[in-house]
Each structure stands twice: as structure tokens, then as C-alpha cells.
Design a protein around this ligand. Structure first.
Ligand code: IPM
Ligand code: MG
Length: 357
């Protein structure tokens, strides 16, 4: 029996609904496999916790999470708590505290889901965006002076380090090499930003020497939006800074038909700490409690988690089940269906039970 300790942090909005669904699917998968066991611990951190305790998680939160093999995270954000508090109080301290420097965001057009790209469908868009997740524009460096005065000043400093850029570049090249097309696009804005971004370009060229099997090219981030939209099939693996990849991954999600299906993995490739897996979509208070949240992004990130844990077969089995259920039209309203979270979850579980793969 292979046992995995999973820390579940459902947090805010639809987080508990989709994480609940994701855990059910994982347990069904374990039952089907027979030799995998998930021991799940629940952590009730998030905005409710903040309202009671004034913090999003306890001071020793990271210590509590450390013994786990992976973190299964829902979403943070609440209408009555400022976004920078929810974000800097829970998700970012985990990403940064556990040095989850590689944020990996696969995007594909799933069968049955309509893309806004005219004439395109599954097969035309199969990308993985690798987002630098520890520094850059999210380094948290900056400040404000002379608040409220006419001379008020604010700085928001992007930090790029040789260590930080080299390690994300290696991760991206290695990922590109593991995919059939062995194709990597390095995104920067090195025409306008002549220090950090030029260093990115230089380090990309250096790291490329270590990966002769990978074909790579460079794009400026503005032109990249055009290429993603007009020539989606020309791209495969993509690496970009924290902010650029944040923006490009929303575009990717929209082009693939919905952010409701987009997953993300915050990975510590050196495995010193647990990595964290979450849907991209956020807390979605407008549909919280209605039972219609799309669980597909959470299922897909569960696939990423399984892969990271070394359970590639289980990961593939779950991904296949998700695709079958989407192809059969069992989908939530955000992707044009009429099914509830419950129905999509049941359909995936049923497919897992009956599939012979
Ligand atoms: C994402 C999200 C977050 C980010 C928000 C919630 C701060 O947009 O995961 O892409 O920018 O990192
Ligand atoms: Mg984003």
C-alpha cells in the first residue's frame, strides 16, 4: 500500500465545494487502484478563520503543513476582506515559505468544451505554462511614502535573481523535453525592460545549451498574446515571469473555453517541502453554495498532484475519466452544460469505477 498524507485547505467561496468533490474523486481512484491510500487532514484556514482570529492561518501554519506529501488547496478571497490580505495571508506565504518556485499550468481544449477560437478544437491547443513563482513582480518589494500627500510615491519592485531565473528555466526546459514536441517558448519584455528581462534572455540561452533536444524560441509578451490567439498550435511549453505568466494563463484559460477547468500546481521541484495543487478560478462568491461550481479544474489539479506523487497511472486514469465525462456533455453551466457539481463528480466517479484502463 502506498500511503500519501494530503493537507486539504478548502478555504473560501466555492473552495470547499470543489475540494470536497476532488477528495471524493481521489478516494474513488484509491478504491479502484487498491494499492493507494490517501490520508487527508483538513485545515479550516481562510477568510472565516481571519474574521475570528485576525489572521488567515495560525503562526505555525507552515510547520503544520510540512509533514504532508502534498497540499490540496481550494481558493481564497472574500467580498469583505481585502484581496491583498487573503492572498498575502495564506496562499503566497505557503508558495514562498515552501519555495514552490515552479507554477505549472497545463491548458488544453477538453472534448465537449467550446473554445472562442474560430474553427479550433481539441488538439489545436495543448500548452503548459511554467510560471516563475517565487520572485519577479510578486517579490513583495516596494513601499509608499508621503501617503495622501500630493508628493505621494509608491514603488513596486520586480526582483530577478540569477538563481531564480536559472532554476525556473531548467524546470521549463526539462518539462519541454519530457513532452512529445520538445518545444519551449521563452516570454519576456526585453525590448522595453532592459535589466531583468535581458538577463532572462541571456540565462535562457545559457540553459538551452544543457538541453540540445529542445527547440526553443523567444517572444515578447505583447506579441505572445497575438500568437496564442492566432496560432495556438505553434506553441507547446511556455515559460514566463510571475506576472506575465499570470496574465497569459488567464488568456490561455479563456482560449481553452473556461477558467473553470484550468488547474495549477505550485511545485518545489527539489521536494524539500510539500507542493500545492489548486484550481485557478478563485473563490467565485457569486455562485457559492449553489452547487454548480465546476469541479473539473480541481480534478485536473488532482491529476497534477498524483503525477507529482509518482502515481502517473492513476493520474492518467483520472484525466481520461474527466475527458470522457466532458465529452459526454456532463458539464456545469459555466461551460455550457446543465449539470451540477454533484452530477459531474458522480459521473467521474462512475467512469473511474467502470473503466477498464
Ligand atoms: C492566479 C491568481 C492569483 C495570482 C491572484 C489570486 C493573486 O490570479 O493564481 O493566477 O495572481 O497569482
Ligand atoms: Mg491569475
Amino acid at each position: 500500500m502506498r500511503r500519501y498524507k494530503i493537507a486539504a485547505i478548502p478555504a473560501d467561496g466555492i473552495g470547499p465545494e470543489v475540494i470536497g468533490a476532488g477528495l471524493e474523486v481521489l478516494q474513488a481512484l484509491a478504491a479502484r487502484a487498491g494499492d493507494i491510500q490517501f490520508d487527508v487532514s483538513h485545515f479550516g484556514w481562510g477568510s472565516d478563520y481571519y474574521r475570528k482570529h485576525g489572521v488567515m492561518m495560525p503562526g505555525d501554519g507552515l510547520e503544520q503543513l510540512k509533514p504532508h506529501d502534498a497540499i490540496f488547496f481550494g481558493a481564497v478571497g472574500a467580498p469583505d476582506v481585502p484581496d491583498h490580505i487573503t492572498l498575502w495571508g495564506l496562499r503566497l506565504p505557503i508558495c514562498q515559505g515552501f519555495d514552490q518556485y515552479a507554477n505549472v499550468r497545463p491548458t488544453r481544449i477538453l472534448p465537449g468544451i467550446l473554445t472562442p477560437l474560430r474553427g479550433k478544437g481539441p488538439g489545436d491547443l495543448d500548452w503548459v505554462i511554467v510560471r516563475e513563482n517565487s520572485e519577479g513582480e510578486y517579490a513583495g518589494h516596494g513601499g509608499r511614502a508621503h501617503r495622501g500627500m500630493p508628493e505621494e510615491v509608491a514603488t513596486e519592485v520586480a526582483i530577478f535573481t540569477r538563481v531564480g531565473v536559472t532554476r525556473i528555466m531548467r524546470h521549463a526546459f526539462a518539462l519541454a523535453r519530457s513532452r512529445p514536441r520538445r518545444l519551449l517558448t521563452v516570454v519576456t519584455k526585453s525590448n522595453a525592460q532592459r535589466y531583468g528581462m535581458v538577463m532572462w534572455d541571456e540565462i535562457a540561452a545559457e540553459v538551452a545549451q544543457e538541453f540540445p533536444e529542445v527547440t526553443w524560441d523567444k517572444m515578447l509578451v505583447d506579441a505572445m498574446t497575438v500568437r496564442m490567439t492566432l496560432q495556438p498550435e505553434s506553441l507547446d511549453t511556455i515559460v514566463a515571469t510571475n506576472l506575465h505568466a499570470d496574465i497569459l494563463s488567464d488568456l490561455a484559460g479563456a482560449l481553452a473555453g473556461s477558467l473553470g477547468v484550468a488547474p495549477t500546481a505550485n511545485i518545489d521541484p527539489e521536494r524539500r517541502f510539500p507542493s500545492m495543487f489548486e484550481p485557478i478560478h478563485g473563490s467565485a462568491f457569486d455562485i457559492t453554495g449553489k452547487g454548480i461550481a465546476n469541479p473539473v479544474a480541481t480534478f485536473w489539479t488532482a491529476c497534477q498532484m498524483l503525477e507529482h506523487l509518482g502515481e502517473a497511472d492513476a493520474s492518467n486514469r483520472l484525466m481520461k475519466a474527466i475527458e470522457e465525462v466532458c465529452a459526454a456533455g456532463v458539464m456545469t453551466p459555466d461551460v455550457g452544460g446543465t449539470a451540477t457539481t454533484r452530477q459531474v463528480t458522480d459521473a467521474v466517479i462512475e467512469t473511474l469505477r467502470t473503466s477498464n484502463t
